[in-house]
Design a protein around this ligand. Structure first.
Ligand SMILES: [Zn+2]
Length: 453
Protein backbone atom coordinates (compact mmCIF):
# COMPACT_ATOMS: atom_id res chain seq x y z
CA UNK A 1 0.00 0.00 0.00
CA UNK A 2 1.51 3.31 -1.02
CA UNK A 3 0.54 6.55 0.66
CA UNK A 4 0.36 9.89 -1.14
CA UNK A 5 0.76 13.37 0.35
CA UNK A 6 0.06 16.66 -1.42
CA UNK A 7 1.35 20.02 -0.17
CA UNK A 8 -0.33 22.79 -2.15
CA UNK A 9 -1.00 26.54 -2.40
CA UNK A 10 2.46 27.53 -1.14
CA UNK A 11 3.05 31.26 -1.34
CA UNK A 12 6.52 30.35 -2.59
CA UNK A 13 8.02 26.91 -3.12
CA UNK A 14 11.83 27.06 -3.00
CA UNK A 15 13.07 24.11 -5.07
CA UNK A 16 16.90 24.42 -4.95
CA UNK A 17 16.71 22.54 -8.26
CA UNK A 18 19.26 23.05 -11.05
CA UNK A 19 17.64 26.36 -12.07
CA UNK A 20 17.02 27.37 -8.43
CA UNK A 21 13.35 27.87 -9.29
CA UNK A 22 11.06 29.56 -6.78
CA UNK A 23 7.50 28.65 -7.71
CA UNK A 24 4.62 30.95 -6.75
CA UNK A 25 1.48 29.03 -5.70
CA UNK A 26 3.65 25.94 -5.60
CA UNK A 27 2.92 22.33 -4.73
CA UNK A 28 4.72 19.07 -4.07
CA UNK A 29 3.27 15.60 -4.61
CA UNK A 30 4.81 12.85 -2.51
CA UNK A 31 4.45 9.10 -2.72
CA UNK A 32 5.67 7.26 0.38
CA UNK A 33 9.11 8.71 1.13
CA UNK A 34 9.83 10.24 -2.30
CA UNK A 35 8.98 13.41 -4.17
CA UNK A 36 7.11 12.51 -7.33
CA UNK A 37 6.07 15.91 -8.74
CA UNK A 38 6.87 19.59 -8.13
CA UNK A 39 5.13 22.53 -9.80
CA UNK A 40 2.25 24.98 -9.64
CA UNK A 41 -0.71 23.84 -7.55
CA UNK A 42 -3.00 23.92 -10.60
CA UNK A 43 -0.73 21.57 -12.56
CA UNK A 44 -0.36 18.85 -9.93
CA UNK A 45 -2.82 16.10 -8.89
CA UNK A 46 -5.66 17.56 -6.83
CA UNK A 47 -6.24 14.48 -4.70
CA UNK A 48 -4.01 12.56 -2.29
CA UNK A 49 -4.36 10.45 0.84
CA UNK A 50 -3.39 13.54 2.82
CA UNK A 51 -3.45 17.16 1.73
CA UNK A 52 -1.64 19.99 3.55
CA UNK A 53 -2.69 23.53 2.68
CA UNK A 54 0.47 25.66 2.51
CA UNK A 55 -1.28 29.01 1.89
CA UNK A 56 0.77 31.80 3.49
CA UNK A 57 3.81 29.55 3.81
CA UNK A 58 7.25 29.22 2.29
CA UNK A 59 7.86 25.55 1.46
CA UNK A 60 11.46 24.48 1.05
CA UNK A 61 13.86 21.53 1.31
CA UNK A 62 14.68 20.50 4.87
CA UNK A 63 17.92 22.03 6.16
CA UNK A 64 21.02 19.89 6.65
CA UNK A 65 23.15 20.27 9.79
CA UNK A 66 26.69 19.06 9.20
CA UNK A 67 28.27 19.50 12.64
CA UNK A 68 26.99 19.02 16.16
CA UNK A 69 27.78 17.48 19.55
CA UNK A 70 24.30 16.82 20.83
CA UNK A 71 25.36 15.65 24.29
CA UNK A 72 26.58 19.19 24.93
CA UNK A 73 23.01 20.46 25.24
CA UNK A 74 23.39 19.21 28.85
CA UNK A 75 26.21 21.69 29.44
CA UNK A 76 24.97 24.92 27.97
CA UNK A 77 26.20 28.13 29.55
CA UNK A 78 28.40 26.45 32.17
CA UNK A 79 29.78 29.50 34.04
CA UNK A 80 33.44 28.37 33.95
CA UNK A 81 33.23 27.88 30.17
CA UNK A 82 31.37 31.03 29.20
CA UNK A 83 34.28 33.30 28.36
CA UNK A 84 37.26 31.27 27.14
CA UNK A 85 38.73 30.38 23.76
CA UNK A 86 38.65 26.79 22.45
CA UNK A 87 41.43 25.12 24.49
CA UNK A 88 40.42 26.88 27.72
CA UNK A 89 36.75 26.07 27.06
CA UNK A 90 37.53 22.38 26.45
CA UNK A 91 39.74 22.11 29.53
CA UNK A 92 36.88 23.40 31.70
CA UNK A 93 34.32 21.05 30.18
CA UNK A 94 36.18 17.71 29.82
CA UNK A 95 35.86 16.89 33.58
CA UNK A 96 32.11 17.53 33.47
CA UNK A 97 31.62 15.43 30.35
CA UNK A 98 33.52 12.60 32.08
CA UNK A 99 30.33 11.98 34.10
CA UNK A 100 28.06 11.41 31.10
CA UNK A 101 25.79 8.35 31.22
CA UNK A 102 24.03 6.40 28.44
CA UNK A 103 20.68 7.92 29.44
CA UNK A 104 22.20 11.41 29.19
CA UNK A 105 23.41 10.71 25.66
CA UNK A 106 19.98 9.41 24.67
CA UNK A 107 17.94 12.23 26.22
CA UNK A 108 20.29 15.02 25.08
CA UNK A 109 20.13 13.66 21.53
CA UNK A 110 16.32 13.80 21.68
CA UNK A 111 16.49 17.37 23.00
CA UNK A 112 19.04 18.57 20.45
CA UNK A 113 17.18 16.92 17.58
CA UNK A 114 13.89 18.48 18.72
CA UNK A 115 15.42 21.93 18.56
CA UNK A 116 16.93 21.22 15.15
CA UNK A 117 13.73 19.79 13.67
CA UNK A 118 11.58 22.63 14.97
CA UNK A 119 14.02 25.11 13.41
CA UNK A 120 13.86 23.55 9.94
CA UNK A 121 16.49 20.82 9.97
CA UNK A 122 15.60 17.36 8.65
CA UNK A 123 19.05 15.74 8.35
CA UNK A 124 21.76 16.07 10.95
CA UNK A 125 25.17 14.71 11.67
CA UNK A 126 26.30 14.31 15.26
CA UNK A 127 29.90 13.96 16.38
CA UNK A 128 30.05 12.00 19.66
CA UNK A 129 33.68 11.62 20.74
CA UNK A 130 33.53 10.90 24.47
CA UNK A 131 32.36 7.53 25.80
CA UNK A 132 32.62 7.34 29.60
CA UNK A 133 30.53 5.11 31.88
CA UNK A 134 29.28 2.72 29.20
CA UNK A 135 28.02 5.40 26.76
CA UNK A 136 27.72 4.20 23.17
CA UNK A 137 26.90 5.76 19.83
CA UNK A 138 23.95 3.34 19.80
CA UNK A 139 22.34 5.58 22.48
CA UNK A 140 22.06 8.46 20.01
CA UNK A 141 21.17 6.27 17.02
CA UNK A 142 18.17 4.93 18.98
CA UNK A 143 17.07 8.49 19.76
CA UNK A 144 17.23 9.46 16.07
CA UNK A 145 15.05 6.46 15.19
CA UNK A 146 12.51 7.44 17.84
CA UNK A 147 12.20 11.08 16.76
CA UNK A 148 12.39 10.26 13.03
CA UNK A 149 15.38 12.35 11.93
CA UNK A 150 17.70 11.47 9.04
CA UNK A 151 20.97 10.89 10.84
CA UNK A 152 24.69 10.72 10.10
CA UNK A 153 26.13 9.40 13.35
CA UNK A 154 29.84 10.14 13.59
CA UNK A 155 31.85 7.76 15.78
CA UNK A 156 34.25 10.24 17.34
CA UNK A 157 37.17 9.33 19.56
CA UNK A 158 40.03 10.68 21.65
CA UNK A 159 43.17 8.63 22.27
CA UNK A 160 45.94 11.08 23.20
CA UNK A 161 45.46 12.26 26.79
CA UNK A 162 47.46 14.83 28.74
CA UNK A 163 50.18 12.34 29.73
CA UNK A 164 50.98 11.90 26.02
CA UNK A 165 50.89 15.61 25.17
CA UNK A 166 47.22 15.81 24.16
CA UNK A 167 44.60 18.16 25.56
CA UNK A 168 41.99 15.85 27.18
CA UNK A 169 42.49 14.28 30.63
CA UNK A 170 43.64 10.65 30.45
CA UNK A 171 40.43 9.32 32.00
CA UNK A 172 38.28 10.34 29.01
CA UNK A 173 40.44 8.87 26.25
CA UNK A 174 40.13 5.39 24.73
CA UNK A 175 42.60 2.82 23.49
CA UNK A 176 43.04 2.98 19.68
CA UNK A 177 42.40 -0.71 19.00
CA UNK A 178 39.10 -0.51 20.88
CA UNK A 179 38.09 2.64 18.96
CA UNK A 180 38.61 0.99 15.59
CA UNK A 181 36.86 -2.20 16.69
CA UNK A 182 33.79 -0.33 17.92
CA UNK A 183 33.73 1.84 14.78
CA UNK A 184 33.68 -1.28 12.60
CA UNK A 185 30.88 -2.79 14.73
CA UNK A 186 28.79 0.36 14.27
CA UNK A 187 29.30 0.46 10.50
CA UNK A 188 28.36 -3.21 10.19
CA UNK A 189 25.33 -2.82 12.45
CA UNK A 190 23.83 0.50 11.33
CA UNK A 191 25.29 1.95 8.12
CA UNK A 192 22.80 1.99 5.25
CA UNK A 193 24.63 2.63 1.96
CA UNK A 194 21.39 2.80 -0.06
CA UNK A 195 19.68 5.84 -1.53
CA UNK A 196 17.28 7.57 0.91
CA UNK A 197 19.12 6.05 3.87
CA UNK A 198 18.00 7.28 7.28
CA UNK A 199 21.20 6.09 8.99
CA UNK A 200 24.82 6.64 8.07
CA UNK A 201 27.87 5.93 10.21
CA UNK A 202 30.86 8.27 9.88
CA UNK A 203 34.44 7.60 11.04
CA UNK A 204 35.41 10.65 13.10
CA UNK A 205 38.48 10.92 15.37
CA UNK A 206 37.88 14.11 17.34
CA UNK A 207 40.75 16.38 16.27
CA UNK A 208 44.48 16.39 15.51
CA UNK A 209 45.16 17.45 19.13
CA UNK A 210 43.35 14.49 20.70
CA UNK A 211 44.26 11.46 18.53
CA UNK A 212 47.49 10.07 17.06
CA UNK A 213 48.66 10.26 13.48
CA UNK A 214 48.32 6.46 13.31
CA UNK A 215 44.67 6.63 14.27
CA UNK A 216 43.99 9.33 11.66
CA UNK A 217 45.54 7.12 8.98
CA UNK A 218 43.89 3.90 10.11
CA UNK A 219 40.53 5.65 10.35
CA UNK A 220 40.87 6.78 6.72
CA UNK A 221 41.74 3.26 5.60
CA UNK A 222 38.79 1.79 7.47
CA UNK A 223 36.30 4.39 6.19
CA UNK A 224 37.36 3.78 2.59
CA UNK A 225 37.18 0.00 2.94
CA UNK A 226 33.51 0.37 3.98
CA UNK A 227 32.64 3.33 1.73
CA UNK A 228 31.68 5.61 4.63
CA UNK A 229 32.64 9.26 5.19
CA UNK A 230 35.31 10.82 7.41
CA UNK A 231 34.84 13.80 9.71
CA UNK A 232 36.96 15.72 12.22
CA UNK A 233 37.74 19.24 13.52
CA UNK A 234 40.43 21.19 11.67
CA UNK A 235 42.15 24.60 11.77
CA UNK A 236 39.65 25.98 14.25
CA UNK A 237 41.71 28.77 15.83
CA UNK A 238 45.24 30.15 16.26
CA UNK A 239 46.15 27.65 19.03
CA UNK A 240 45.03 24.82 16.78
CA UNK A 241 47.42 26.05 14.06
CA UNK A 242 50.25 26.45 16.60
CA UNK A 243 49.72 22.87 17.85
CA UNK A 244 49.87 21.53 14.29
CA UNK A 245 53.07 23.44 13.52
CA UNK A 246 54.72 22.38 16.76
CA UNK A 247 53.74 18.68 16.79
CA UNK A 248 53.67 17.86 13.09
CA UNK A 249 55.65 20.71 11.52
CA UNK A 250 52.79 21.15 9.09
CA UNK A 251 49.73 23.35 8.57
CA UNK A 252 46.45 21.62 9.42
CA UNK A 253 45.68 21.24 5.69
CA UNK A 254 49.07 19.64 5.04
CA UNK A 255 48.53 17.30 7.97
CA UNK A 256 45.06 16.33 6.72
CA UNK A 257 46.47 15.57 3.27
CA UNK A 258 49.36 13.62 4.77
CA UNK A 259 46.90 11.44 6.74
CA UNK A 260 44.71 10.78 3.68
CA UNK A 261 41.99 13.08 4.97
CA UNK A 262 41.03 14.81 1.71
CA UNK A 263 38.43 13.94 -0.90
CA UNK A 264 34.67 14.11 -1.49
CA UNK A 265 34.16 11.59 1.33
CA UNK A 266 35.79 13.87 3.94
CA UNK A 267 34.48 16.95 5.69
CA UNK A 268 36.18 19.06 8.34
CA UNK A 269 34.46 21.24 10.93
CA UNK A 270 35.36 24.95 11.19
CA UNK A 271 38.51 25.54 9.07
CA UNK A 272 38.39 29.15 10.28
CA UNK A 273 42.17 29.43 9.91
CA UNK A 274 42.60 27.36 6.76
CA UNK A 275 45.28 29.07 4.64
CA UNK A 276 45.00 29.80 0.91
CA UNK A 277 46.97 26.71 -0.11
CA UNK A 278 44.61 24.64 2.04
CA UNK A 279 41.54 26.26 0.48
CA UNK A 280 42.74 25.56 -3.06
CA UNK A 281 43.67 21.99 -2.14
CA UNK A 282 40.23 21.41 -0.58
CA UNK A 283 38.61 22.85 -3.71
CA UNK A 284 40.70 20.63 -5.99
CA UNK A 285 39.95 17.48 -4.01
CA UNK A 286 36.30 18.20 -3.16
CA UNK A 287 37.04 18.13 0.57
CA UNK A 288 34.09 19.58 2.48
CA UNK A 289 33.75 22.04 5.33
CA UNK A 290 31.15 22.41 8.09
CA UNK A 291 30.89 26.14 8.74
CA UNK A 292 29.76 26.95 12.30
CA UNK A 293 29.47 30.75 12.54
CA UNK A 294 27.88 31.01 16.04
CA UNK A 295 30.48 28.75 17.63
CA UNK A 296 33.30 30.61 15.84
CA UNK A 297 32.00 33.89 17.25
CA UNK A 298 31.28 32.46 20.72
CA UNK A 299 34.86 31.15 21.08
CA UNK A 300 36.37 34.13 19.22
CA UNK A 301 38.00 31.73 16.76
CA UNK A 302 37.69 34.12 13.83
CA UNK A 303 35.71 34.46 10.59
CA UNK A 304 35.99 31.53 8.19
CA UNK A 305 36.58 32.79 4.62
CA UNK A 306 33.47 31.06 3.28
CA UNK A 307 33.05 33.31 0.23
CA UNK A 308 36.59 32.48 -0.88
CA UNK A 309 36.06 28.78 -0.17
CA UNK A 310 32.86 28.59 -2.22
CA UNK A 311 34.51 30.54 -5.06
CA UNK A 312 37.39 28.04 -4.94
CA UNK A 313 35.02 25.10 -5.33
CA UNK A 314 35.11 23.90 -1.73
CA UNK A 315 31.84 22.17 -0.73
CA UNK A 316 30.54 24.12 2.30
CA UNK A 317 27.68 23.11 4.59
CA UNK A 318 26.40 24.70 7.76
CA UNK A 319 26.65 23.38 11.31
CA UNK A 320 25.23 24.62 14.59
CA UNK A 321 28.12 22.92 16.45
CA UNK A 322 27.68 21.60 19.98
CA UNK A 323 25.30 23.36 22.34
CA UNK A 324 28.14 24.16 24.76
CA UNK A 325 29.71 26.54 22.24
CA UNK A 326 26.72 28.05 20.49
CA UNK A 327 24.57 27.69 22.85
CA UNK A 328 21.64 27.48 20.50
CA UNK A 329 20.82 24.66 18.13
CA UNK A 330 18.54 26.71 15.90
CA UNK A 331 19.28 25.86 12.29
CA UNK A 332 17.59 28.83 10.66
CA UNK A 333 19.30 31.06 13.22
CA UNK A 334 22.62 29.64 12.05
CA UNK A 335 21.73 30.44 8.42
CA UNK A 336 21.17 34.05 9.47
CA UNK A 337 24.47 34.25 11.35
CA UNK A 338 26.33 32.73 8.41
CA UNK A 339 25.08 35.48 6.14
CA UNK A 340 25.78 38.25 8.67
CA UNK A 341 29.25 37.04 9.67
CA UNK A 342 30.50 36.82 6.08
CA UNK A 343 29.44 40.45 5.68
CA UNK A 344 31.35 41.50 8.81
CA UNK A 345 34.46 39.86 7.43
CA UNK A 346 34.25 40.45 3.72
CA UNK A 347 31.69 43.14 2.87
CA UNK A 348 27.94 43.48 2.35
CA UNK A 349 27.89 41.41 -0.85
CA UNK A 350 29.91 38.52 0.61
CA UNK A 351 26.79 36.41 1.09
CA UNK A 352 23.13 36.83 0.12
CA UNK A 353 20.16 35.30 1.93
CA UNK A 354 19.63 32.82 -0.90
CA UNK A 355 23.31 31.80 -0.90
CA UNK A 356 23.04 31.16 2.84
CA UNK A 357 19.94 29.01 2.32
CA UNK A 358 21.71 27.12 -0.47
CA UNK A 359 24.65 26.39 1.82
CA UNK A 360 22.22 24.99 4.41
CA UNK A 361 20.46 22.70 1.90
CA UNK A 362 22.40 21.72 -1.24
CA UNK A 363 25.71 22.61 0.43
CA UNK A 364 25.05 20.38 3.42
CA UNK A 365 23.90 17.51 1.21
CA UNK A 366 27.10 17.71 -0.81
CA UNK A 367 29.28 17.85 2.29
CA UNK A 368 27.55 14.70 3.60
CA UNK A 369 28.20 13.12 0.19
CA UNK A 370 24.49 12.73 -0.67
CA UNK A 371 22.58 13.46 -3.86
CA UNK A 372 19.11 12.49 -2.59
CA UNK A 373 18.43 15.40 -0.21
CA UNK A 374 18.76 19.21 -0.28
CA UNK A 375 16.37 19.98 -3.18
CA UNK A 376 12.70 19.56 -4.03
CA UNK A 377 12.56 17.73 -7.33
CA UNK A 378 11.25 14.39 -8.57
CA UNK A 379 13.25 11.45 -7.27
CA UNK A 380 14.53 13.22 -4.17
CA UNK A 381 13.74 12.16 -0.61
CA UNK A 382 10.62 13.83 0.79
CA UNK A 383 12.35 16.05 3.38
CA UNK A 384 10.31 19.25 3.35
CA UNK A 385 9.77 22.13 5.76
CA UNK A 386 7.14 24.86 5.88
CA UNK A 387 7.43 28.31 7.46
CA UNK A 388 4.32 30.35 8.23
CA UNK A 389 4.49 33.93 6.95
CA UNK A 390 1.64 35.77 8.70
CA UNK A 391 3.57 36.17 11.94
CA UNK A 392 4.92 39.25 13.70
CA UNK A 393 8.49 38.34 12.78
CA UNK A 394 7.74 38.66 9.07
CA UNK A 395 5.36 41.62 9.26
CA UNK A 396 6.36 44.07 6.55
CA UNK A 397 8.73 41.68 4.78
CA UNK A 398 6.40 39.74 2.52
CA UNK A 399 7.57 41.36 -0.73
CA UNK A 400 10.42 38.81 -0.50
CA UNK A 401 9.35 35.98 1.79
CA UNK A 402 12.37 33.79 0.93
CA UNK A 403 14.94 36.41 1.94
CA UNK A 404 12.75 37.21 4.96
CA UNK A 405 13.45 33.72 6.34
CA UNK A 406 17.11 34.73 6.71
CA UNK A 407 16.96 38.49 7.36
CA UNK A 408 14.14 38.48 9.94
CA UNK A 409 13.84 36.74 13.32
CA UNK A 410 14.73 33.05 12.78
CA UNK A 411 11.41 31.20 12.52
CA UNK A 412 10.34 27.76 13.67
CA UNK A 413 8.57 25.42 11.26
CA UNK A 414 4.85 24.91 11.17
CA UNK A 415 5.33 21.60 9.35
CA UNK A 416 8.26 19.27 8.87
CA UNK A 417 8.12 16.18 6.70
CA UNK A 418 11.05 13.79 6.98
CA UNK A 419 11.31 10.81 4.65
CA UNK A 420 7.64 11.34 3.73
CA UNK A 421 6.43 11.30 7.33
CA UNK A 422 4.82 14.36 8.95
CA UNK A 423 7.02 14.84 12.02
CA UNK A 424 5.86 18.37 12.93
CA UNK A 425 2.23 19.40 12.45
CA UNK A 426 0.94 22.89 13.28
CA UNK A 427 4.22 23.61 15.05
CA UNK A 428 4.02 20.55 17.32
CA UNK A 429 6.55 17.73 17.24
CA UNK A 430 4.46 14.56 16.98
CA UNK A 431 6.98 11.76 17.41
CA UNK A 432 8.01 12.39 21.04
CA UNK A 433 6.47 14.00 24.11
CA UNK A 434 8.62 17.15 24.13
CA UNK A 435 7.66 18.56 27.58
CA UNK A 436 8.60 15.21 29.17
CA UNK A 437 11.94 15.20 27.32
CA UNK A 438 12.70 18.79 28.41
CA UNK A 439 11.92 18.01 32.04
CA UNK A 440 14.14 14.91 32.08
CA UNK A 441 16.88 16.76 30.14
CA UNK A 442 16.92 19.55 32.73
CA UNK A 443 17.12 17.05 35.60
CA UNK A 444 20.06 15.27 33.95
CA UNK A 445 21.83 18.58 33.21
CA UNK A 446 21.45 19.52 36.87
CA UNK A 447 22.84 16.13 37.94
CA UNK A 448 25.84 16.60 35.64
CA UNK A 449 26.56 20.11 36.93
CA UNK A 450 26.35 18.91 40.56
CA UNK A 451 28.71 15.98 39.91
CA UNK A 452 31.31 18.41 38.60
CA UNK A 453 31.53 20.35 41.86
ZN1 LIG B 1 32.71 20.65 17.09
Amino acid sequence: MTKTLLIKNARVLVTMDDERREIADGAVYIRDNLIEQVGRSADLPQQADEIIDAANHVVMPGLVNTHHHMYQSLTRVIPAAQNGELFNWLTNLYPIWANLTPEMVHVSTLAAMSELILSGCTTSSDHLYIYPNGCKLDDSIEAAGKIGMRFHAARGSMSVGQSKGGLPPDRVVEEEGAILKDTQRLIETYHDAGRYAMQHIVVAPCSPFSVSRDLMKEAATMARSFGVSLHTHLAENANDIAYSREKFNMTPAEYAEDCGWVGHDVWHAHCVQLDDDGIYMFGRTGTGIAHCPCSNMRLASGIAPIRKMIDSGVPVGLGVDGCASNDSGHMMGEVRQAMLLQRVGFGPDAMTARQALEMATLGGAKVLNRDDIGALKPGMAADIVMFKLDTIGFAGALHDPVAALVFCTPPNVSYSIINGKVVVRDGVLGTIDLPVVIERHNALAHQLALAAR
